[in-house]
Every structure is written in structure tokens, then in C-alpha cells.
Design a protein around this ligand. Structure first.
Ligand code: ADP
Ligand code: MG
Length: 374
């Protein structure tokens, strides 16, 4: 469903919060609104969903002005996700997610099915979470509930206003990864506000940069990173622009499958044989039944202790998800002193590896393309 802002404007007395904003937001993609605090991001979002009236111009949702939409229909078609403050503390997780469907007077049976499906989608086990209260969840889990609630009525448009702003960096990275996986599945038209340029580059198909209520630049993320049009955009991107190019590339597009994985029940002599055959110094250990990653073993550790199964010798390892970026992967590799990182899907199943060599090759290539700029 298309969103089109046409010279949209919002004034509060003498303050112009949004000024002559014209922007066509592409369908089924993630468009980021980014800019300094007070530049009009939240005001823009609230005008799109009719929460506050505009004072000039127009905003068309699917070709119809927000002024002409039936407010209930507009609410059904536009999900709104904000920081965790949006959850009602005295409602269970179920009741929190069910708010809009109940407003829409869905049958209770349909609501129940929807809530369970959504919990599944955002990776919260319905058996564990359905009847808990928000205070019993971690910040990251609460935010997943917020995402589920925003999607409850299956809206075509989802507005997200700094949704992950209150989450610590490690969990934020995880929730960003699963958000991208969810979007791959649901393909909504998403407008996402952030003031974090890393988050913007990682999540956005398009970036709209705002300053003092006006649009400064609007383009695909790739084009903005390559061709910042004003000093403000350059500043926003920072001096390490080349490096940030890595944040445009997804692990899934660069991972390889030339790795050795062994079932944890494999006898260690057999494992050693296979590793020597493949001339591999290490192997990843998986559960023989479901291929879930268990950890890794090295030739060295096997030589020390020749008897027994791999399960006892297996050491835990960090892993990364396919929708993470090469920048995430590199950060992880550096911080752990590894050269190869296993890639697992959201169920923990080993699906590939990403190596430092692959990443360095990309940096080199980007430098050749001139992404490093001046
Ligand atoms: N209800 C209001 N009354 C007066 N001024 C407001 C109101 N809401 C927002 N503003 C002003 O409008 C500008 C844009 O605010 P906002 O959209 O919240 O910015 P952002 O979300 O980008 O931080 C700011 O200068 C803010 O002070
Ligand atoms: Mg805001």
C-alpha cells in the first residue's frame, strides 16, 4: 500500500515541525527516516497514521487522502510500533497483542490463532509467553511483543518509531536480524524512524534524511552512502564511510558451504580422519538429527584425547545469522579472534560459514569501486 506525502506540513504556532515534505514511500520496502532530534520524524509518522492533523499539503494512503479515510480502517491498515512503553503492564502478552483485533471485533477464535501465529513469527514460544505479563519479560522480549502487536491486524503499512532504541546493543543487533527475517516473510511497507546511522544502513532499503523539518536527501541506502548530497548527510555517515559499506552487505549473500561438519555422535578417530582428509584444522559439530550447531572441535584437541565422542570435546562457539551484515560478522570475528564464523538460521541450524578472507575481499572491492569516497 502506497504512502505519498505531498508538500506535507505541520506547524505548532510559530514552530514548523515539518516543512513542505514531499516523499513517495516505496511499497513493500523499509524506508528509514533519519535526522537529528527534533527534525520532525515523529511528527511525520503521526501525520501518516492520522494521529495528528497536518496543517498543510496532503498525505495519500493508497491514493486516498488521510482526511478521507475512515479512522478505524486507517488504524487497521497502519500498524504503529514504538518503544516498549507501548505495552500495558496489567495486560497479559496475549491481551496486549489482541488489542487492535478486539477493537476490530474479530471473533475470539480468530484472535487466538492470530496471537499464536504472531508469537511464533517474532520467535517467542507461545507455550512460555502467552500468559505472562510484560514485567516478566526482558527488554528485547517486550520489544518483540511490541512488534507482534503492531502486526496484529495484518496491516499493509507498519510505522516504527525508534522501536529498538531502548534495547542494549547486543540484543538490538539480534532483534534487528530477526526483524529483517520477518520482513522477508511479510513484505510490508515499513517506515522506520531511527537516529542511529548504523541501524539505518543495516535495515533500510531507502533513506530519507530530514533536518529542521525538511527533506535533505532521499534515495536508496546504497546511493546515499555512495553519494551524500550535502555536508549534513556526509557528517551523518561519518568519516568511516567505506567501512559502513560493509553494513550494506548481508552474510547470506557471501556465506560459503565449504566447511566440515560432523554429527556429535561421531567417534573421535573417525572425526580426525575426516579432518585430515579435508585438510581442515577444525570442524563444526552438529546434532545428527536436526543439524543444530553444537560447537566445534580442533584437530589439536582431538589428538590430545583420542578416545570418546565429539560431544565431550566440543567447545561452544559464537554464530551469526544470515541477515546480519558483513560489518556485524567482522566485528564478531575480531572480538573473538576467529577467522571463520558459523552461520545459523533462527532455529540454530548450521547453514554456512563466513570467513575473514571473504570480508577483506569485499573491502578491497569497495575501495576499487570508490565507495571509500574522497
Ligand atoms: N505538541 C507539540 N507542540 C509544540 N511543538 C511540538 C509538539 N510536538 C513536536 N513539537 C516540535 O516539533 C519539532 C519536531 O518534533 P518531533 O517530530 O517530535 O521530532 P523528532 O521525532 O525528529 O525528534 C520539535 O521542534 C518539537 O519541539
Ligand atoms: Mg521522535
Amino acid at each position: 500500500m502506497a504512502i505519498e506525502l505531498i508538500h506535507a506540513e505541520k506547524t505548532y504556532g510559530s514552530i514548523t515541525a515539518v516543512k513542505d515534505l514531499s516523499l513517495t514511500i516505496p511499497d513493500n520496502q523499509i524506508t528509514i527516516l533519519i535526522g537529528p532530534s527534533g527534525c520532525g520524524k515523529t511528527t511525520t509518522m503521526k501525520m501518516i497514521n492520522g494521529l495528528i492533523p497536518k496543517t498543510g499539503g496532503d498525505i495519500m494512503i493508497n491514493g486516498v487522502s488521510v482526511d478521507e479515510w475512515d479512522p478505524i480502517q486507517l488504524r487497521r491498515n497502519i500498524g504503529y510500533i514504538i518503544q516498549e512503553i507501548g505495552l500495558f503492564p496489567h495486560y497479559t502478552i496475549f491481551d496486549n497483542i489482541a488489542i487492535v483485533p478486539r477493537l476490530l471485533r474479530w471473533e475470539e477464535k480468530r484472535i487466538k490463532q492470530r496471537v499464536l501465529d504472531l508469537l511464533d513469527l517474532v520467535n517467542l514460544d507461545p507455550g512460555e509467553f502467552t500468559y505472562k505479563f510484560p514485567s516478566q519479560l526482558s527488554g528485547g522480549q517486550r520489544q518483540r511483543v511490541g512488534v507482534a502487536r503492531g502486526l496484529a491486524s495484518d496491516p499493509d503499512i507498519v510505522l516504527m518509531d525508534e522501536p529498538f532504541g531502548a534495547i542494549d546493543p547486543i540484543n538490538r543487533e539480534k532483534i534487528q536480524d530477526s526483524f529483517l527475517e520477518i520482513q522477508k516473510e511479510i513484505q510490508k511497507t515499513i517506515v522506520f524512524v531511527t537516529h542511529d546511522i548504523h541501524e539505518a544502513i543495516k535495515l533500510g532499503d531507502n533513506l530519507a534524511i530530514l533536518d529542521e523539518g525538511s527533506l535533505v536527501q532521499f534515495d536508496t541506502t546504497y546511493n546515499v552512502v555512495n553519494n551524500p548530497e550535502t555536508p549534513l548527510v556526509e557528517d551523518l555517515l561519518g568519516a568511516d564511510r567505506a567501512f559502513k559499506g560493509l553494513a550494506l552487505l548481508r552474510v547470506k549473500d557471501y556465506m560459503k558451504n565449504d566447511f566440515l561438519s560432523l554429527a556429535k555422535s561421531t567417534a573421535s578417530e573417525e572425526a580426525l580422519k575426516q579432518m585430515e582428509l579435508r585438510q581442515s584444522k577444525f570442524a563444526f559439530i552438529v546434532d545428527g538429527r536436526n543439524r543444530k550447531l553444537q560447537g566445534y572441535v580442533t584437530v589439536k584437541s582431538l589428538k590430545h584425547r583420542s578416545a570418546g565422542s565429539l560431544e565431550q570435546l566440543c567447545k561452544p562457539t559464537e554464530a551469526i545469522q544470515p541477515f546480519a551484515t558483513l560489518l556485524d560478522a567482522m566485528t564478531k570475528l575480531f572480538s573473538m579472534g576467529l577467522t571463520t564464523l558459523p552461520v545459523v538460521d533462527d532455529r540454530g541450524i548450521l547453514i554456512g560459514v563466513i570467513g575473514m578472507k571473504t570480508i577483506l575481499k569485499q573491502i578491497e572491492q569497495m575501495a576499487v569501486l570508490g565507495i571509500e569516497g574522497d
